[in-house]
Design a protein around this ligand. Structure first.
Ligand code: BES
Ligand code: ZN
Ligand code: ZN
Length: 498
């Protein structure tokens, strides 16, 4: 699908579908929709009313066009309430229109620049969001299908009569393209079965990213013996049951003159069977998703050298597979993390936090200004927040607020959970410094408290993406079933203003 933003006049655009919009509860249309309606002698308004179109977000109505305009059909997409209009509205509306155009078998699509003239949104943001919505909605994972998914929409053109708006929207498009590329990269990694996505594959991808960056991103890979030397006993303990060797990966982007330094850490368990504390079948079949944190970090690095933030960024993940076998870690075994803390592994399915103990300890050694980890860490976070919301835990309110703002801008849902000190008692072990499981309640919080033991005093935020990283049902018009690429666009937003 070619995506173009250019100057033009909507009445004269030859298209299979012309996309216009309306706010919820409209009496009359506004802007471009009104212009086209006038050209059609009020036909759009009468059909919209007849078809009970209310202008709600997610709603749309298709009208056959004739005579004075060159498009064959007009699609009016609902923007929802005027007072709620924002970047996410545009993403959603654009995704809905792409989905309808696909159903209609349209090839050439022309869209109005949503929000132009509304004043609430700059053309730059609108251009970015229209692209993100349409392109992410068009995503399908078909690597394993005989029949490949072919988009019927060949060109999606956004048109404005105002040359300055066009220039701005084109600048937004460039930013959107990076976010989409990173997101789709992460989606593909999560969707790929664990048989093809073992730790060495993640290493290959990281090295490829380094190569593509022409030296802007350095990649250090540590194999098992290097991890041993670095005293990563926690990570290696979880990894020891699998036939696939573990790898620790450190990518670094260091632009000259950067004054700030951020470390991104991703959970990268390429398959989580639960280990000896094995999962029941119905809890296991989606567990290829358990490297989604690592995939998000790779997604960010995929486009980082082109985004060019003036920030040093470290990307860190400890990749392994959590498997039961004669070599596997046993409940009750004690491991020692890189920072010297010993952990009694009472439950081998609470493995993510144990691998992160070393990944976070390693991140601390880089002396960053802040650490953000992304991890498909707990089912408990899904019990608390449902399937679509990321749980955020942080020792630093400033970082926490920055992340909440970035997530809202990116249209990713995120909610703060507390790091309640009193609950630390749950992590006390009889034989080691910590145990890796706690009591029945507040499982997302005790997992967060466990991680906190490994970040020293560095400003840190933990994103539990167990729910939103993998959609078992579509989340919105541009996020279908499967890997979602959760976190990538939020992190890009954050990096743009860090
Ligand atoms: N990878 C899982 C968490 C998970 C569950 C992610 C569902 C996505 C969807 C994690 O390693 C795990 O198994 N956590 C356990 C912890 C428990 C044993 C303390 C859980 O949440 O049940
Ligand atoms: Zn687990
Ligand atoms: Zn896991």
């Amino acid at each position: 699908m070619d995506f173009i933003i250019r100057k033009g006049n909507l009445t004269r655009e030859k298209a299979d579908v012309l996309i216009l919009n309306a706010f919820e509860g409209f009496k009359k249309f506004g802007g471009a929709t009104d212009d086209i309606d006038k050209a059609l002698g009020g036909y759009l308004l009468s059909v919209a009313k007849e078809d009970q179109f209310k202008g709600k977000l997610g709603e749309s109505v298709v009208v056959r066009a004739h005579g004075p305009i060159s498009a064959r059909r007009v699609l009016i997409v609902g923007l929802g309430k005027k007072e709620d209009f924002d970047e996410e509205t545009v993403r959603e509306a654009s995704a809905v229109s792409l989905n309808v155009c696909e159903q209609l078998g349209a090839k050439v699509v022309v869209s109005v620049l949503h929000g132009a003239g509304n004043g609430k949104l700059s053309p730059k943001i609108s251009g970015k969001a229209i692209f993100e919505g349409a392109r992410l909605a068009a995503y399908k994972f078909d690597a394993y299908k005989k029949k490949k998914n072919k988009l019927t929409v060949k060109s999606f053109t956004v048109v404005s009569t105002d040359g300055r708006d066009v220039t701005q929207a084109q600048a937004g498009l460039l930013v959107g393209q990076l976010g989409v590329e990173g997101t789709i990269f992460a989606r593909d990694l999560v969707n790929t079965p664990s048989a093809q996505m073992h730790p060495s594959e993640l290493v290959k991808l990281a090295l490829q990213i380094g190569k593509e960056s022409k030296g802007k991103i350095k990649v250090k890979v540590m194999d098992k013996s290097a991890c041993d030397k670095a005293k990563m006993g926690a990570f290696l303990g979880i990894a020891q049951g699998s036939d696939h060797p573990p790898f620790f990966v450190h990518m670094s982007y260091r632009p000259t003159g950067a004054k700030k330094h951020l470390a991104l850490v991703g959970k990268a368990v390429t398959f989580d069977s639960g280990g000896i504390s094995i999962k029941p079948a119905e809890a296991m079949y989606t567990m290829k998703l358990d490297m989604a944190g690592g995939a998000a970090v790779l997604g960010v690095f995929k486009i980082l050298a082109r985004l060019k933030p003036n920030v040093i960024v470290d990307g860190i993940f400890a990749a392994c597979e959590n498997m039961p076998s004669g070599k596997a870690i046993r409940p009750g075994d004690v491991v020692k993390a890189m920072n010297g803390t010993t952990i009694e592994v009472l439950h081998t399915d609470a493995e993510g936090r144990v691998t992160l103990a070393d990944a976070l300890s390693y991140a601390v050694k880089q002396k960053p200004d802040a650490i953000i980890d992304l991890a498909t860490l707990t089912g408990a976070c899904m019990v608390a927040l449902g399937e679509e919301i990321t749980g955020l835990m942080s020792n630093n309110p400033k970082l926490e607020n920055k992340l909440l703002t970035a997530a809202a801008t990116a249209g990713e849902k995120m909610w703060s959970l507390p790091l309640e000190k009193n609950y630390k008692r749950e992590l006390k072990s009889e034989v080691a410094d910590l145990r890796n499981i706690a009591g029945r309640y507040g499982g997302a919080l005790t997992a967060g408290l466990f991680l906190q033991e490994f970040v020293a005093n560095i400003p840190w935020a933990h994103l539990d993406i167990a729910g939103p990283s993998f959609a078992e049902r579509p989340i919105n018009a541009y996020t279908g079933k499967g890997g979602t690429g959760a976190g990538v666009r939020t992190l890009l937003e954050l990096l743009r203003s860090f």
